[in-house]
Design a protein around this ligand. Structure first.
Ligand code: SF4
Length: 195
């Protein structure tokens, strides 16, 4: 069955009004997905658009951020075609920036903990998690802290903890993390984006 754009728009209205065509053998899923996409495009056209820069790495790709004027919420983020660095393209991290906003209903909001050897996740309070991390870091560091090397030179370093940064943190967070890791005397410091 061939459907023109005009016919499709009328049809999507019919679908929206609740008429169910699937018993007639018409698969409505692609049409509903297309209608949803058109609806999103209309909302983006009416939104307030601001340019911004990807927070993740020093390439500094440009993005357009669309904010719904009524709710003040971000409804879309995409590469800025007028930006001289990326000309609209984004790597997978930048393209996933929108999913880090509250629009992503699957975003984790609670700490999930899986005990050693367990196959179950438990919900925990943030305070519990921070205290446990601090305890484990302190105990491990106390066991692996080296004040002098084999030549008797002062080194003050922690050799039994490694720190791997996440690709889901921005430049400022990376800076804070590396300062914290160095303050603890860590020497094995790396970042997932480099690996
Ligand atoms: S993380 Fe990707 S999208 Fe972001 S600035 Fe770097 S290359 Fe560009």
């Amino acid at each position: 069955m061939e459907i023109t754009r005009r016919g499709f728009l009328s049809l999507s209205g019919v679908i929206g009004s609740g008429l169910v065509l699937s018993p007639l053998g018409i698969d409505l899923k692609p049409m509903m997905a297309y209608a949803e996409e058109l609806n999103k495009m209309n909302r983006i056209k009416a939104a307030k658009q601001s340019t911004t820069v990807c927070s993740y790495c020093s390439v500094g790709c440009g993005l357009i951020c669309s904010v719904d004027k009524l709710t003040g919420k971000i409804i879309n983020m995409e590469g800025d075609p007028d930006h001289p660095i990326n000309e609209g393209s984004l790597c997978a991290k930048g393209a996933g920036l929108f999913d880090t906003t509250e629009a992503n209903k699957h975003r984790l909001k609670k700490v999930l903990y899986r005990a050693p050897m367990s196959d179950k996740w438990e919900e925990k309070e943030m305070d519990w998690a921070l205290k446990r991390i601090a305890r484990l870091v302190k105990d491990t560091r106390d066991k692996g802290f080296v004040t002098k090397n084999a030549k008797g030179e002062l080194v003050n370093r922690c050799e039994n903890i490694g720190h791997l940064g996440s690709s889901n943190v921005d430049n400022e967070e990376c800076w804070l993390m590396s300062v914290k890791a160095r303050a603890l005397g860590l020497i094995y410091i790396d970042h997932q984006a480099r690996v």
